[in-house]
Write a protein that binds this ligand. Sequence first.
Ligand code: NI
Length: 256
Amino acid sequence: MIVDSHCHLDDEKFEGDREQVIERALAAGVDTMMAIGTGGELDVAIRQAERYPFIYATIGVHPHDASKATAETYARLRDLAQHPKVLAIGEIGLDYHYDFSPRDVQRAVFDRQLEIAAFARKPIVIHTREAWDDTMAQVASLPHGGIMHCFTGDAAQAQQAVERGFHLSFGGVLTFPKAESLREAARTVPADRLLVETDCPYLAPVPYRGKRNEPAFVVETARRLAAVRGITIEEIADVTSRNFRTLCLQVPMTNS
Ligand code: NI
């Protein structure tokens, strides 16, 4: 049994066959999925989590959408953060690659959401792209950690994130032929900070690269992570599931 710690089940690419996608995930041994709720009215993932006992949700304003955040958005986030199936605030952070929102606005919106996460005592899910130093500087004030989503940094950045109390979630990029420095980083992360994810429908792992990604494919990333660390896929599944539970659920899952 394995956890997909980051999936976008609300994506329109799943419009035609979402139920089959979820069934295939269960058949592949993916017994827990964390649906990212950054779209629409911020409650898209909560709606999915309410329908399935094994789906959990996050809420947050993606850095791409930072310029759309208003006082009402923050009030809604504070409110939704109390929902029992909301496990984390995210994905939030900084994206200086696309710069879809001005950087000062991204930083301000990130800060507000860090405050909400601290108040709600929920871990955060970080999206950071070409903004590592600013991201690490901003999270310095957060009283707890969270997840570095789709971590693609090097061993030094991995160590920095671990020291700051973060878990590192590895996605399909880990399986890409050119990702040798990422695999080197993955080798060095303490076992109790490892997570795996799909970020579906994006970034499908080899051998599905280029296709639509889905939670069932997290098994391929787990297989690669196991090979990189010289352990079995069952061990990776166990340790990443346990880490997810400890970080986000803090109680044993009822189905385990
Ligand atoms: Ni994502």
